[in-house]
Design a protein. Structure first.
Length: 266
């Protein structure tokens, strides 16, 4: 099997859906020009610094979903849509959902973020609690791409290794995120590399990366990591993309030479 080119988009999303769509459209096109067959958007790519209920959509209906479907079909690629707020049965709350579109522009899979971020840093007047307006998902997510199984996770999910084990053997794990600067500088890369090493697979992470209009500072450092835990590409901050390849022969060699996945004792 020939290597598959994949790409992660990094954004510094604003409260304006229209502005964010312009940015995402340009970067998806750039990734496609570089030969990407799978593109990953970051968490909250369509809006940062606004109430999630303001731009929440009903599944299969809304400008964010139409845009992602159009981009997948236009560029003939798999598009993993970071996250968008989808309406829920609970008043005032949404699902933080990852939607996957195939090259025909059809919705192939949905994953709702399972672990909801909560963090307090009094020294910097930081406080987050996603459970105030988000409902946790209840279903582990993965789908079959032409090059193998892709495991789906979002941001804070990264801290829970049992989630990734439950996915089974993946060729690729994706992590759209909006890590804070404080937690990102301490934990982001080491957690991503650990997930790649322990699952012997590629990890592709697409992040928010910079100073947002509402004052929030996200860590960025979108990256691609190989099954040996080596960082193959990284974008520290700002708007742009990282890309690289999934090499099946290399993936197989790592698992053959160090058959850790076969040595698990449960």
């Amino acid at each position: 099997m020939n290597p598959t080119t994949i790409a992660a988009i990094q954004m510094v999303s604003t409260p304006s859906l229209e502005e964010n769509i312009v940015t995402a459209r340009s970067l998806i096109a750039q990734a496609a020009e570089q030969g990407a067959q799978l593109v990953l958007l970051p968490e909250y790519w369509a809006g940062m610094g606004r109430d999630l209920m303001d731009y929440a959509e009903v599944l299969h209906n809304g400008p964010i979903q139409r845009f992602m479907s159009d981009m997948a079909r236009q560029h003939q690629l798999w598009l993993i849509g970071g996250t968008l707020p989808l309406s829920s049965p609970e008043v005032g709350k949404v699902f933080n959902a990852t939607l996957v579109y195939n090259p025909d522009g059809l919705l192939a899979y949905r994953y709702d973020k399972m672990h909801l971020f909560s963090f307090a840093n009094p020294a910097k007047n930081e406080s987050y609690d996603e459970s105030r307006n988000i409902i946790a998902g209840a279903q582990i997510g993965s789908f079959e791409a032409p090059f193998g199984k892709v495991g789906l996770s979002v941001c804070y999910d990264l801290r829970f290794p049992e989630l990734y084990r439950a996915m089974g053997t993946c060729a690729l794990i994706v992590v759209p995120a909006a890590f804070t600067y404080t937690t990102g500088i301490a934990h982001w890369e080491v957690l991503l590399r650990t997930r790649a090493i322990e699952n012997q697979c590629y990890v592709l992470a697409a992040a928010q990366g910079g100073q947002h209009q509402n004052g929030r500072h996200t860590w960025g450092h979108s990256m691609l990591i190989d099954p040996w835990g080596q960082v193959k590409a990284v974008l520290p901050e700002g708007i742009g993309l990282v890309s690289g390849v999934i090499d099946q022969s290399y993936l197989d060699s790592v698992r053959t030479n160090l058959p850790a996945l076969q040595h698990r004792r449960l």
